[in-house]
Ligand binder design. Structure first.
Ligand SMILES: Nc1nc2c([nH]c(=O)n2[C@H]2C[C@H](O)[C@@H](COP(=O)(O)OP(=O)(O)OP(=O)(O)O)O2)c(=O)[nH]1
Length: 132
């Protein structure tokens, strides 16, 4: 069974939160959605809530899936991304990432995303207002 890795496309004021990885060295400087591996006994939603608390210090509400499942690491892992919103409009803090950016529709391609994220980023485009 492939390992499920969940990501949160957190949307606020028409922008999506992108996070710059600090490690490992081969992924440092690449951008991703906050998230990580789903632990045994955890739902995907619980994993996303936990990871966003750990990585960003914020509470999120998880919504609909965005994009298709992405097969990674020769099929041993699957990347699955959900839309999310901030509870109480809390401000994310980069507790584990080297930088955070709120990207508008027109800025979606302005950062070097991890390669697996490209189809998800493309699927997000139509969901963001183009003049935000
Ligand atoms: N969180 C996240 N990981 C991604 C994305 N795209 C992508 O290829 N990945 C890859 C990078 C890593 O190989 C893997 C997630 O690993 P991770 O290190 O963030 O997971 P984790 O927080 O559970 O880490 P750990 O328990 O192993 O320390 O998925 C994405 O958008 N978000």
């Amino acid at each position: 069974m492939p390992r499920i890795i969940v990501g949160a496309a957190i949307i606020s004021d028409g922008r999506v939160l992108a996070c710059e990885r600090a490690q490992p060295p081969e992924m440092a400087g690449k951008w991703e959605f906050p998230g990580g591996k789903v632990d045994p006994g955890e739902t995907e939603e619980q994993a996303l809530v936990r990871e966003c608390q750990e990585e960003l210090g914020v509470e999120i509400e998880v919504g609909q899936r965005v994009g298709a499942d992405i097969s990674m690491l020769n099929g041993s892992a699957i990347l699955r991304v959900y839309l999310a919103t901030l509870v109480n409009r809390a401000q994310p803090v980069p507790l584990e990432h080297s930088d955070l950016r709120w990207l508008s529709h027109d800025e979606l391609d302005s950062v070097p995303w991890l390669p697996a994220d490209a189809p998800i980023v493309a699927a997000l485009g139509p969901l963001l207002p183009s003049s935000a």
